[in-house]
Design a binder for this molecule. Sequence first.
Ligand SMILES: [Cu+2]
Length: 289
Amino acid sequence: MAAALLSGCGPQYLVLHPVGPAGRQELNLIIISVILIAIVIVPTIAIFFFVIFRYRNTPGNKAKYTPEWSESKTLEIVWWSIPIIIVGFLSAFTAKTTFALTRPPEQNVTPITIHVTSLDWKWLFQYPGQGVATVNYCEIPTGVPIQFVLTSDAPMNSFWVPQLGGQEYTMPGMAMGLWLQADKSGTYYGHGANFTGSGFAHDNFNVIATSDAQFNQWVKDTKSTAPALTLTGYNHLKQPSTMGTASYSSFPPGLFHNVVWADGGQYMPKTMQGANAGMNDTNSTSSNH
Ligand SMILES: [Cu+2]
């Protein structure tokens, strides 16, 4: 049934063509939800039309007329137990998937952390482990879990790469975690998924997944050829504007952390791990809200 559902959809329905474990789990949840919901909706609509047709007031209608009908234990049990079972299944699947997505998709591969800052109207990616930074695109190696740590230095936005999965809010003063992973090399479309004003239409970026070797080569090239991102440069990026892509050989130390702290400094620790996630910086006391 899933195959029949999906085969008719072109590649423009990115969510239906996941290329990583997170996207696949989310697609499975979508399919399970649609099937479970259909179990209620399809018979309900069918019975609705059947009743209207069978019991309409028309000459010669032989349908039984029972106005004294008041209660049926059997029917009560049937129409309470079916939704309870379905909601139970839906809740269990949703909870299971939600918790699974807070963990790295691949446990045996060392993850890479990327600090993401949404700006008006561009996306800044900082690689604390590699020391490079980019705007409006990010390179990742395939088969490696990527820990995106997300914040905003502009009005709230939402980070979304449909084929990899997820969608996680970026908020000033908060760092949220999102694990994604690409199974296949390719260029994957990403977009701010929260309306942010006049530049919103251009608020997109590409996630470029390559082999490990190509990724390392890209880091090396960026380090040796790209300019440095200075604090002045960052303050310029912060100004509302749209732009193409940019690469930087370095970025001001602690920039991401300072941006998170400038507005409150809440790290959502459960979704993050490792020194590079930003939690182990000296003046950080992580807290929940
Ligand atoms: Cu928040």
